[in-house]
Design a protein around this ligand. Structure first.
Ligand code: ADP
Ligand code: MG
Length: 413
């Protein structure tokens, strides 16, 4: 059973639907039987069902149909109401088929069984919003008529068959509409939740970030001053400044959440952007024994973009690629033009890859698998690319590596 189905609210909905169904089923079934086989013959002064010789299961038919109820109650009580609708449809088809065959097999009588409740089965199948159940009911009902028709060699089954086919089409449309409506509701809800989450985190991050930035910049200034004043005292100043810069870049990333910056589009050379990015990440790459190979497909046109922001994007991506290869390896960066309108930059590493179940988490703020990660890099990257009207695809194979494709329109507007 799927995890989501165990949700108490869904369980409650299913119980409501099945209880409604059971009530309708018994009311319709017994009243139809009563009027059709007991009252109607009396009015027409014919024999009632039990007085004729075509008895079938006789009174046992009603007892068996009633016996489905305690079984169903047992399953509902046990917390598995999902199975009950199948018990009803299969139980009903089974019992009805035995009764019909016993009644008509070997007689010359024309087939005229069936109960109005079968219409309820087909027409009500959408209330369970379950395609599998819908198909069980439709195929079951139509199949039942086909089998009876074949066994009895009776063409009278055609009428109910046609009715069930028409009703099935209607029910199918309803099921499809319900399903698509529910799916849309879910996505809208998810999007809303995501946006709200970002907005709350964003406000917090912006407030905190703002407070941190000012003291940080004076700290950096004074550290630099100290370094200049005592050039020969110790070698910790560069490290201090480097670490302050790291805090600063984290704060900048934080402030990006939920509050995108304004983008200034200008023509820029992608070659220069990549070269700059590589110069920034070079040290880290060398430390880890990572080689970078860049392939540019021919002369590339200038790209409409915010150069500073795009540099941030590629720094984030290349850093991730390097960090995915602690034992060293190779990063391939390929740039090409697609359909004369789009620039594709692929960054491929030979790292550990990303497990499938984690792919959806990428880009969520604070999602990280690294001990000293912030989980902000991909979120910022994603945001910047979106603001450039671009696309961002990640494909990854475990133990083989990860490939990130950034696709950007060459011309803005
Ligand atoms: P951080 O790098 O601070 O962890 P990111 O947003 O940059 O945050 O990345 C989020 C997570 O995505 C990483 O922790 C890592 O698990 C995964 N990831 C990103 N890029 C790669 C890559 N090239 N190879 C393997 N995993 C990656
Ligand atoms: Mg990162």
């Amino acid at each position: 059973m799927k995890e989501s189905i165990k949700n108490p609210k869904l369980l409650f909905e299913e119980r409501k639907a099945i209880i409604l169904f059971i009530w309708l089923f018994y009311i319709m079934y017994y009243s139809f039987e009563f009027f059709y086989y007991q009252i109607r013959p009396k009015i027409n002064s014919e024999k009632t069902l039990f007085e004729t010789d075509e008895v079938g299961l006789g009174i046992w038919l009603y007892i068996l149909i009633f016996c489905i109820l305690p079984v169903s109650i047992y399953f509902i009580k046990k917390g598995n109401p999902y199975i009950v609708k199948y018990i009803y449809i299969l139980g009903y088809i089974g019992i009805d088929m035995i009764d019909t065959l016993m009644t008509y097999m070997g007689t010359e009588d024309k087939y005229s069984a069936g109960n109005i409740v079968e219409v309820l089965f087909v027409l009500f199948s959408p209330i369970f919003v379950n395609k599998k159940y819908f198909w069980t009911v439709s195929i079951g009902m139509i199949g039942k008529e086909i089998i009876i028709g074949l066994l009895l060699q009776d063409l009278n089954v055609v009428v109910p068959m046609v009715i069930y086919i028409i009703l099935s089409v209607i029910a199918y449309i309803l099921v499809i509409r319900f399903n698509s409506y529910i799916k849309t509701l879910t996505t809208v809800y998810e999007e809303l939740r995501h946006k709200e989450k970002l907005a709350v985190i964003g406000q917090m991050a912006a407030a905190i970030g703002h407070e941190i930035r000012n003291p940080l910049s004076s700290l950096r200034g004074f550290t630099q001053l100290q370094q200049e004043r005592y050039p020969n005292t110790n070698d910790y100043f560069p490290i201090m400044i480097q670490e302050i810069d790291r805090i600063n870049s984290i704060v900048n990333d934080l402030m990006y959440i939920g509050k995108p910056k304004v983008i200034h589009f200008e023509k820029a050379s992608i070659e220069e952007i990549i070269a700059y990015t590589l110069s920034i990440t070079q040290q880290q790459a060398e430390r880890q024994g990572v080689k970078v190979e860049t392939t540019m497909a021919g002369p590339l046109p200038p790209l409409d973009c915010d150069e500073k922001q795009l540099k941030q994007v590629f720094i984030n991506l290349i850093k991730n690629a390097i960090e995915a290869m602690p034992e060293g390896g190779k990063i391939e960066i390929r740039v090409k033009v697609l359909e004369k309108q789009k620039m594709v930059v692929s960054i491929q590493d030979e790292g550990d890859g990303i497990p499938k179940e984690n792919i959806l988490n990428l880009g969520e703020p604070f999602y990280t698998t690294k001990e000293s990660g912030t989980g902000l890099g991909l979120m910022v990257t994603n945001q910047i690319i979106k603001e450039h009207f671009g696309e961002f695809n990640i494909s990854s194979e475990l133990e083989k590596g990860t490939r990130v494709d950034v696709i950007l329109p060459i011309n803005h507007r």
